[in-house]
Design a protein around this ligand. Structure first.
Ligand code: PA5
Length: 447
């Protein structure tokens, strides 16, 4: 079988010495041991490590029951969630979808839109305006069930569903994905009799893409979730090896070796706009897992060649604190060649007959070489093509590498204590009972 994730460090290792690489590799093996023998901080959140191989048929059957339930009469499914309850589904659906799917008119299944990932009045008002006109259903996803953004969006969407279809039919059009025991959403779902899916207790938000959090929206969008899980199972097998053949160990090794050389920013680079949200998912995974205790590589991303015309200058010549990780896709899923122009006024006839993908690949190679020459180390992660199987593998690969990486800098990868601070301030400023003293303190600071 071809390698699903092929790592090329040729353009990164010259930036660290052999002994620095060796030290980092030793640390990576230690962290691999901490992760796999479950002895590290946050070890009650390791359910994702063997989740793919434990996914049984009942998960797929329950998901396809919902797909079938809505297949005939639902045009739009609103997926409500934020952070780990949003980015994985959006990453997979965008990667797999036709770029102009919304302009193509009705396809076989419903189209997916998102809510609860921001508090913009315009965004939600415009979404409600659209839903007035269309037959819709909703999947509300929140592990805690208490996150403000999705809870606010769900209030409005639930009300609209009930007004439009009546309570009984609204119940058929609402599915909740949440924690099994606690949380307001679980209570509400039980009370109202919604169909529910459980997010396992030991799987945190940003590690939940391979649970119904990601799988249900992706199946509703018409993609093959069995294949996603098959790819993840294969990667689970590969990542379980305590060996230098394990790409997660090697990726964690090189990024931490670079970090110790003051390369503090990692830019995930893609050359296909379909992967833009994959990068957003990756940024959350690494940012929220590693950015603690005044440590951690800052995760950023660019979408090339678009961003070569905006961020390319900085990457080439700005502060030398960055390194790049390029997701390189070996084969495009389409083919399109550049046509000959007898007048050749743009002087581009030397490209006639070449595929666009070849041009893209040469832009990628040329940029790589220019950036290395400019002092930017470059890690290449090649996948064979964009499809469900390879995406499932890539999700799992990065999750596993992130677990190892965070333990290498002695960080708990599975909590997010810093996310609470803004919430406390927001609640105080909005007048939540019990937060009066905090509100006074905050208002006193900006008068
Ligand atoms: O990774 C995480 O845990 C977070 O990003 C959460 O997914 C996010 O805050 C949403 O939380 P919840 O699913 O509880 O609404």
């Amino acid at each position: 079988m071809e390698n699903i994730v092929r790592l090329n460090l040729q353009a990164a290792v010259p930036f660290v010495s052999d002994s620095e690489m060796e030290q980092s590799l030793e640390k990576a093996f230690n962290s691999f041991d901490i992760l796999t023998d479950r002895s590290g901080r946050g070890n009650d959140f390791l359910g994702w490590t063997d989740l793919p191989s434990k996914t049984d048929n009942s998960v797929f059957n329950d998901i396809y029951d919902i797909v079938n339930r809505w297949e005939r009469d639902v045009e739009i499914v609103v997926v409500i969630g934020i952070g780990g309850s949003y980015l994985g589904a959006k990453a997979a659906i965008d990667s797999l979808s036709h770029s102009f799917t919304t302009h193509l008119g009705k396809s076989d299944g419903p189209s997916i839109v998102y809510a609860g990932q921001n508090l913009s009045e315009e965004y939600l008002s415009e979404l409600l305006e659209l839903l007035e006109e269309r037959s819709f259903a909703c999947v509300v996803i929140s592990k805690s069930g208490t996150t403000t953004e999705p809870a606010v969006a769900f209030r409005l969407i639930k009300q609209m569903l009930e007004q439009k279809y009546g309570k009984k039919e609204a119940r058929r059009r609402i599915v909740a994905v949440t924690d099994n025991f606690q949380g307001a959403l679980k209570g509400l779902a039980n009370q109202e009799g919604y169909s529910t899916f459980v997010i396992p207790d030991d799987v945190g938000g940003r590690y939940s893409v391979l649970t119904p959090v990601g799988l249900l929206p992706v199946a509703l969008a018409g993609f093959d979730i069995r294949s996603i899980i098959d790819g993840a199972i294969e990667m689970e097998r590969i990542c379980a090896q305590r060996s230098e053949k394990n790409p997660a160990i090697i990726y964690a090794t090189i990024r931490n070796a670079l970090y110790s050389k003051d390369k503090k920013i990692e830019i995930l680079v893609n050359y296909n706009p379909k992967l833009q949200y994959f990068a957003e998912w990756w940024k959350q995974l690494f940012g929220e897992s590693e950015g603690k205790e005044e440590k951690g590589i800052f995760p950023a991303s660019v979408n090339n060649t678009t961003d070569l015309h905006s961020m390319g200058q900085y990457i080439q010549e700005g502060e030398r604190t960055i390194f790049e990780t390029v997701i390189s896709v070996a084969r495009a899923n389409r083919s399109l060649s550049i046509v000959d122009d007898p007048n050749n006024l743009d002087g581009l006839n030397f490209l006639s007959g070449k595929s666009l993908d070849e041009c893209n690949k040469m832009a990628e190679l040329g940029t790589r070489i220019a950036h290395i020459d400019g002092g930017v180390p470059n890690i290449q992660i090649e996948i064979p093509s964009i499809n469900e199987y390879n995406l499932g593998a890539l999700f799992y690969f990065f999750e596993f590498a992130c677990g190892i990486s965070a333990y290498m800098i002695d960080i708990n990868p599975f909590d997010q204590p810093g996310v609470e601070d803004y919430k406390i301030n927001m609640f105080a400023l909005l007048g939540k009972p019990g937060y009066e003293a905090k509100a006074r303190e905050l208002r006193g600071r900006f008068q």
